[in-house]
Design a protein around this ligand. Structure first.
Ligand SMILES: C[S@@+](CC[C@H](N)C(=O)[O-])C[C@H]1O[C@@H](n2cnc3c(N)ncnc32)[C@H](O)[C@@H]1O
Length: 221
């Protein structure tokens, strides 16, 4: 594949997502059936860090990055945090979010930011948890490092950035369908370090179908 210029890499992804239905199945590329396993795994992961006392992560405010219609906001973040902000580049998904979340819980969404993560600047010091799932492959290395650095600055004391994503067996595997890449774990770890963040915990999601990429969750601060 010819190396795309960053601009076409981003615009092709935007064109792809604009045509995807605003449903859980759409968010998961037809794998809507894995959503429950995914969310239960994420809850177990996150609960290791939350709670009362020294060093525990607070539960005031979370940010869902590449949030789509709010699949994660609804079932993982809103049940655990008082306020959740959502950011996604696809306007149609954010427009669908209040109906998907339900009017009562949607009241606790603080902001819907419609912006690419490559441009988005989270408010410094605002978030206890910044959740970044199935979207890092849409950023170039340079933009991912800069974004993670901004996320680090946006954390409250004892806050966490969590990346949950597909990992390639080796190297970088491009996906021309949605204009993204899948990186191997060593590359992701290197980019995290370049952003000035430290991996405090790492797990592989279990019980996913055999034919899809391995999915790893990394807690950073
Ligand atoms: C695979 S879906 C995952 C959605 C959600 N994280 C989930 O797990 O249900 C990828 C999402 O990333 C969004 N996206 C793609 N490129 C993006 C970018 N550069 N900045 C922000 N969001 C982006 C898409 O609009 C889509 O909602």
């Amino acid at each position: 594949m010819e190396t795309p210029t960053p601009q076409s890499f981003y615009t092709q992804a935007e064109d792809y997502w604009r045509d995807v239905p605003p449903t859980v199945d759409g968010m998961l590329g037809g794998y809507g059936s894995i959503s429950n396993v995914d969310l239960n795994g994420s809850k177990m992961f996150l609960q290791k860090f939350l709670g009362e006392g020294e060093g525990k992560t607070g539960t005031g405010c979370a940010l869902d990055c590449g949030a789509g219609i709010g699949r994660i906001t609804k079932r993982l973040l809103l049940p655990l945090f008082s306020t959740v902000d959502m950011v996604d580049v696809t306007r149609e998904f954010l427009d669908q979010a209040p109906a998907y979340l339900g009017p009562e819980v949607a009241q606790r969404v603080g902001h819907y930011f419609c912006q690419g993560l490559q441009d988005f600047v989270p408010e410094p010091g605002r978030y206890d948890v910044i959740w970044v799932q199935w979207v890092i492959g849409h950023l170039t290395d340079e933009h991912l490092v800069a974004f993670l650095r901004r996320c680090g600055s946006a954390l409250r004391p004892n806050g966490l950035v969590v990346i949950k994503d597909n990992v390639a067996f080796e190297g970088v595997v491009p996906d021309e369908t949605d204009s993204s890449v899948c990186r191997d774990l060593d590359i992701v770890r290197t980019l995290v370090r370049e952003a000035g963040l430290r991996i405090v915990h790492e797990e592989q999601q279990t019980d996913f179908p055999k034919e899809i990429y391995q999915v790893h969750t990394l807690a950073l601060r």
